[in-house]
Ligand binder design. Structure first.
Ligand SMILES: [Zn+2]
Ligand SMILES: [Zn+2]
Ligand SMILES: [Zn+2]
Length: 340
């Protein structure tokens, strides 16, 4: 059964125990390149997945049958469900609890394709709206604090099914990365009473050496201290801490920014793994914490992280990063390559 374990030294949470087998080869899920007729996510193969929790369906179509263009299903692998948190087992310095949360897979198109950036703009907009709808649904559960929306693509990474899909995981914890960003953003706000992300937007526009794409609502650039070659961020030009509160009228422009930025990176790194992550303000905090500052200091954004160079000892051992080209060099290459 899936469980949460907390590292006593760093307080990092790990989700474990969701694959159990005597066969070593089954203990690590690897890339399965099923032909489309066996793909769990293609239209007509709905019986391979758990029952849908949400779908965009043609009028008159029946749930868990063909006739959809976006489909959301519980993720069978991690098998997360909402349960009251209970300490179990081990005790002492080791914190072990039964896992609780929601992990959903968002199937982004009924037709077999492996690239989100190649979907028609209107379909991308539907995916972005689906995130918003599911976000609101997850938020209703009072146990849940942190939410992460992400997509993996490319060979040799964390991908199990190549049919384009994303994940939405909501947990009783705030992701460490978001927690660190919140701390940094608050530090800046306490000094300057301004959002650091909004400041980055104006700074990037002023310097104009790392910008990849810009429209009325969104802008993308290679960040100043990029961890990976060709890493890029996409940020809204008006301040908003929560993805779910974004005006859906801007989603077409968001889709354009994603298409340009993601396709330019794909042209450079090819089929090597890329992670796509949405960082948004937490769903809620502990009742004991004062979080009234969050809407002012935090600003939701997308990070696109290409893993063309695998993380090694320096990265895993030290949380340092080596990125051979500067982000200015990467931006110069990428900005000529995106699809409009
Ligand atoms: Zn498929
Ligand atoms: Zn801002
Ligand atoms: Zn972030």
């Amino acid at each position: 059964m899936t469980e949460f374990r907390r590292d006593p030294l760093t307080h990092r949470w790990v989700i474990t125990g969701f694959i159990d087998s005597d066969r070593p080869e089954e203990l690590i899920p690897t890339l399965k390149r099923n032909p489309p007729e066996h793909c769990h996510f293609c239209e007509g193969n709905e019986h391979f997945t758990p029952k849908e929790t949400y779908a965009h369906r043609a009028e008159g179509s029946v749930p868990n049958r063909p006739g959809w263009d976006i489909r959301v299903v519980p993720n069978r692998t991690t098998d997360l469900r909402i349960r009251e948190l209970q300490k179990r087992g081990q005790g002492g310095i080791y914190d072990l609890q039964n896992a609780s949360g929601i992990h959903e897979t968002i199937v982004e198109t009924p037709k077999h394709t492996n690239r989100f950036s190649q979907l028609p703009l209107a379909q991308m907009v539907k995916v972005l709206k689906t995130y918003q709808d599911r976000y609101e649904e997850h938020k209703k559960n009072h146990l849940l604090k942190g939410v992460l929306i992400f997509r993996n693509q490319g060979r040799g990474g964390a991908l199990v099914f190549e049919h384009t899909h994303s994940h939405m995981i909501s947990l009783p914890f705030i992701p460490k990365t978001v927690e660190n960003e919140l701390k940094g953003a608050k530090r800046f706000y306490d000094l300057k009473t301004r959002c650091i992300f909004c400041d980055m937007v104006s700074e990037e526009k002023k310097i104009n050496q790392r910008i990849l794409y810009e429209n009325d609502d969104y802008i993308s650039w290679c960040p100043f201290a990029a961890r990976f070659p060709f890493e890029a961020w996409i940020i809204g030009k008006s301040h908003q801490s929560e993805y779910s509160k974004t005006d859906p009228a801007t989603f077409e422009n968001l889709a354009r920014a994603i298409r340009f930025t993601l396709s330019s990176i794909e042209k450079v790194v090819g089929d090597t793994p890329i992670s796509f992550v949405i960082h948004s303000a937490p769903l809620r905090f502990d009742v004991t914490e004062d979080y009234s500052y969050v809407p002012n200091v935090y600003h939701w954004h997308i990070e696109i992280l290409p893993h063309a160079l695998p993380a090694g000892g320096f990265e895993w051992g030290g949380d340092f990063f080596l990125s051979p080209p500067t982000p200015e060099r990467c931006a110069k290459v990428l900005k000529t390559m995106g699809d409009n």
